[in-house]
Design a protein around this ligand. Structure first.
Ligand SMILES: [Zn+2]
Length: 413
């Protein structure tokens, strides 16, 4: 993942080629043609939903010690939002949903954009809220409630930190020095770098195994989640209430940031009800929207999201939202610092081609579906449950790259 914040000659040259292509395409007006095509696909005005994670004053400093693909600098966030606001109406997620429910062919309205931020990082309250307020941009923030007001950190941040440290020490992931059952899981998912390895771990392991692996590797390295960079801290409940008071829509993102497609359905149900009840208790109202951690979902999970009372749910599938589509699989475009980066700094033409979907239309960015098959039916309560797979057993078939594993983004959540 180092290359994602890389200013080596090789990556500068790659980005220069991309920016040159974007410049030629926009000069030829191709972005206008793609917008028209996408509007036709959408069945009316285009409804683009953006997804962000961490917001930091200093991208390069933060990227040295965290997952770069989760980061956007305050300066770039402002520029990205100004760019979309210049050419689209920025609306709330609830309004975006209402537009999607309108009949196809209603082209009277212009294109709209909704802004969302996942994971409830304290940085969002500290750095994003003032930008959103100054630009009068509505937004939805998705919060994994079990971490709010604690010193605990999200599993992807913990695992990225220990995988990076192993690499820094020259320790192969296949010989990380942890107990054999967990080592077998890590070995089965080991890739060349921390971000790609993390992608596979998140895609394949149940939540409790992910956390156990993070704990084992931290113990092996003498590290603690509490030592992770300050920017990985989550909000307090006072922060969440302040967002709500400022008009930010606060949505659910499970309790433990658990990937629901990797859980038995009854545990997924608990995660959904738990985050709904936590938010209702602290904000005095039930959340309306939900974001699938890491973008993975199954048809049964979608039904459970509805049964838990959420009105809609968002994925991280970078595809066009269409009129009349079911509300529990809304598509989003993930943006981060490098989404709009030219050779060495901000590029307006790269930003335009990315946001308008030109790179996707040309096949330079590949949307990866977040949907996963439903698990086997659970046995009735009267039947003794089958023993859990032993840690260390084969984690199952590789479901392939997840929504995070696009050329633009890896190991995000
Ligand atoms: Zn997340």
């Amino acid at each position: 993942m180092a290359e994602r914040a890389d200013f080596s000659a090789r990556w500068i040259a790659k980005r220069a080629a991309k920016a040159a292509l974007a410049g030629a395409l926009t000069a030829a007006g191709l972005h206008h043609a793609v917008r028209l095509l996408r509007r036709r696909q959408a069945g009316g005005s285009r409804v683009l939903i953006l997804s962000y994670h961490r917001v930091t004053p200093d991208f390069l400093a933060a990227a040295r010690e965290s997952l770069p693909s989760l980061l956007v600098s305050t300066g770039t966030l402002r520029r990205q939002l100004l760019l979309v606001a210049r050419r689209n109406e920025v609306v709330s997620l609830a309004t975006a949903r209402r537009i999607l429910a309108e009949p196809a062919g209603n082209g009277a309205r212009g294109d709209v954009v909704a802004v969302t931020l996942d994971d409830g990082y304290a940085e969002v309250a500290e750095h994003a809220l003032p930008i959103l307020a100054s630009l009068k941009i509505p937004a939805t923030v998705f919060v994994p409630t079990g971490y709010v007001g604690t010193e605990r950190r999200l599993p992807h941040d913990r695992l990225h930190a220990v995988l990076s440290e192993l690499r820094r020490r020259g320790v192969p992931y296949e010989r990380a020095g942890i107990a054999p059952p967990l080592q077998a899981l890590l070995t089965a998912c080991a890739e060349t770098g921390p971000a790609t390895t993390l992608d596979r771990l998140i895609a394949r392991l149940p939540h409790d195994r992910l956390v156990a692996l993070a704990e084992a590797l931290e113990a092996r390295l003498g590290a603690s989640e509490r030592d992770l960079p300050k920017g990985t801290r989550l909000m307090t409940w006072d922060d969440v209430r302040a967002l709500d008071a400022a008009g930010i829509d606060v949505g659910g993102h499970t309790v433990g940031h658990a990937v629901l497609s990797n859980l038995p359905l009854r545990e997924a149900r608990r995660e959904l009800a738990g985050c709904r009840d936590d938010l209702a208790e602290h904000l005095g109202k039930a959340p309306r929207h939900f974001a699938y951690p890491n973008g993975y979902y199954t048809p049964a999970v979608q039904r459970e999201v509805g049964a838990a009372g959420f009105e809609a749910a968002v994925t991280i599938e970078d595809e066009e939202n269409r009129r009349g589509q079911p509300p529990y699989g809304l598509k989003r475009k993930v943006l981060w610092e490098n989404s709009t980066l030219g050779p060495v700094s901000w590029s307006g033409v790269v930003a335009t081609c990315n946001v308008d979907g030109v790179f996707s239309a040309l096949g330079l960015m590949r949307p990866v579906p977040g949907v996963r098959p439903d698990p086997l039916p659970e046995p009735p309560a009267s039947v003794a449950p089958a023993p859990r797979p032993e840690a260390g057993s084969d984690p199952g078939p590789d479901p392939g790259p997840g929504p995070g594993a696009t050329p633009e983004r890896q190991a995000a959540s």
